[in-house]
Design a protein around this ligand. Structure first.
Ligand SMILES: [Zn+2]
Length: 432
């Protein structure tokens, strides 16, 4: 049993931050959120078991961990490998040829590096789409973080074999590691997996899995889809039956009113990736419009070859600023941002009991240090967090009741070893 005592606790957009509370964690779950009892030790009297471990949160914000709703974790191997290019040449000339040189073991180490970076920035769960996802699953299981992993699918000779990989991955990993791992089906996008979209949707339906896909990321993608099919990419996905299963759609930058209505009607969750959209020159997703229409929008970093980091606080701040930029300063207020990066993200990944500090929820919690100059004064902790907080202010991270980082020290991963491995492997991959 752990008790997190002190600090300001985030209870959701309606209640905001509250002081004078303590959070009781038993096993992987939060069992109580109650007024602080600072003068008494908290032994488990009924069982006579050892005393509770108290985590002192004085001077910190206590929040549900951040959820990164769209990334490609092992792309850490390609950080700063190819920059300042548009999406299509970037993929075909730089990224795909380099990815063809990656081994399963590379994916394992690249994923671990991403996980370290995410834990350090307060991310406790992420949605991933890549290849050799069994290696990412291994890294997730060992590190203690939570993830929804989608093996990417593209058209071509290997498509049927890849579907078989999805089956095997789901049989081995879905619901495993104490429920920390979920498997999704990852048709890359309508323009790269057009033949396979309906097969992917069928398989997801058969296995009871959700879909993770890229939709309407660039104007070029939408124009080519209209020219080829007379339909937007979102309409193509809908016609192929993708939305018959729960769907997480990354980007949705260039969407029509009809597209937004389709997303709402089918309860498609959107992962908004402002940095990647800006850096690749893809455009600005109409986030406020989608939220107002009743579409769930979560926040993702995308991969580190198009971002180039995995800092969810920075990502969410950019989402807020991008939404406000064109004379809409009321768009995406700090409290909404906090919901998007926690409970909306958890819902987008399919974790129903993650993302809130309440009894019955998974104990995925972070402590953010508010002692720095950029936190002073602290009129509105949500505003401080979103508009001036830094990823490095996250000091302690708990996932499923386990400490992954304590006062800045990682507990489950050998950081030095991982950095060394990735440096070596990235050199080999970059050598064409
Ligand atoms: Zn992506």
């Amino acid at each position: 049993m752990k008790v997190i005592r002190g600090g300001r606790v985030w209870l959701g957009a309606a209640e905001g931050f509250r002081e004078g509370l303590e959070i009781v964690v038993e096993g992987s779950r939060i069992t109580d959120v109650r007024p602080s009892q600072p003068d008494q030790p908290t032994p488990s009297q009924e069982t006579g078991a050892r005393e509770a471990e108290v985590i002192d949160a004085t001077g910190h914000l206590v929040l549900p961990g951040f959820v990164n709703a769209h990334t490609h974790a092992a792309m850490t191997l390609l950080r700063s490998y190819a920059d300042d290019m548009a999406l299509h040449p970037w993929l075909t000339e730089a990224i795909w040829p380099a990815e063809a040189r990656m081994t399963p073991e590379d994916i394992y180490w690249g994923s671990l590096l991403a996980i370290i970076e995410m834990i350090r920035g307060g991310t406790t769960a992420f949605a991933d789409m890549y290849f050799f996802e069994d290696q990412t699953a291994r890294a997730v299981a060992e590190s203690g973080i939570r993830a929804a992993l989608a093996p990417g699918l593209v058209d071509g000779e290997a498509f049927e074999a890849r579907l078989q990989t999805v089956r095997e991955l789901a049989a081995t990993w879905h619901g495993e590691a104490g429920g920390r791992i979920r498997i999704m089906v990852g048709p890359h996008a309508p323009y790269t997996a057009s033949q396979g979209l309906s097969r992917a949707a069928e398989l997801a339906g058969e296995l009871g899995l959700a879909i993770h896909i890229h939709l309407s990321e660039t104007r070029k993608e939408v124009e080519e889809s209209l020219a080829q099919h007379g339909l937007t990419p979102i309409q193509v996905a809908e016609r192929a039956g993708v939305f018959q299963v729960p769907t997480l759609a990354a980007h949705c930058v260039h969407v029509t009113d009809g597209d937004v209505e389709l997303l709402r009607e089918h309860r498609v969750k959107v992962a908004h990736n402002p940095t990647s959209n800006m850096k690749l020159g893809s455009g600005r997703a109409p986030v406020q419009k989608m939220l107002q229409a009743g579409v769930l929008v979560a926040i993702g970093t995308d991969g580190t070859a198009s971002n180039n980091d995995l800092d969810m606080l920075e990502e969410t701040r950019l989402a807020a600023f991008l939404a406000k930029m064109e004379e809409a300063p009321q768009a995406l207020p700090a409290a909404t941002c906090l919901e998007m990066m926690t409970v909306y993200g958890a819902e987008a990944l399919g974790f129903a009991d993650v993302g809130r500090i309440a009894p019955g929820y998974q104990a995925d919690l972070i402590l953010v240090d508010t002692s720095g100059p950029h936190w002073t004064p602290l009129f509105d902790p949500a505003a401080n967090l979103i508009y001036s907080g830094k990823g490095a202010d996250v000091k302690t991270v708990v996932v499923a009741g386990e400490l992954l980082m304590e006062r800045g020290e990682l507990k489950t991963v050998d950081e030095e070893r991982v950095l060394h491995e990735v440096r070596q492997r990235a050199q080999r991959i970059a050598r064409a």
